[in-house]
Design a protein around this ligand. Structure first.
Ligand SMILES: [Zn+2]
Length: 140
């Protein structure tokens, strides 16, 4: 019981695990696999090993940090970056899924991505987000 209390006391007020932690963990495993692949090249595998170690130290530091607001800021930067990457791939998947009936165009004013019905030629479009009119050209 005393040991449990000590562990609980040690972790009290620490930041813990967040999405950046999982991102770093996935990066660690990717580097680990790369190190196995590049085992025949000792200089490369040493560099990868150093990077793995630095990632682990960073993960531990963030997990045990008491500066919660700084760790939350880092996590927000990571999640906004990750959201952009994820949205790009979701858009590509949707373009392939809707290839038969729709085309995706970006509004030149607000940069919103619009799904337009597939019609050949130039058409006038009103953006539902910013309500501005622009011309969208569809070739196929
Ligand atoms: Zn717009």
């Amino acid at each position: 019981m005393r040991f449990r209390e000590r562990v609980a006391q040690f972790f009290y007020g620490r930041y813990g695990i967040d999405s950046l932690y999982y991102g770093l963990l996935v990066s660690f495993f990717v580097l680990w696999i790369l190190r196995i692949i590049f085992a025949f090249l000792p200089p490369v595998s040493i560099v990868i090993y150093v990077l793995e170690t630095l990632l682990l130290i960073w993960m531990l530091f963030r997990c045990l940090s008491r500066n919660i607001s700084a760790r939350q800021r880092e996590n927000e930067i990571f999640t906004s970056f990750w959201r952009k990457i994820k949205n790009f791939f979701v858009l590509q998947k949707n373009k392939i899924r809707d290839w038969k009936n729709f085309r995706y165009k970006k509004c030149p004013y607000c940069k919103a991505v619009l799904r337009l019905p597939k019609r050949k030629g130039t058409h006038s479009v009103i953006c539902p987000r910013c309500a501005k009119r622009f011309d969208a050209t569809t070739r196929i």
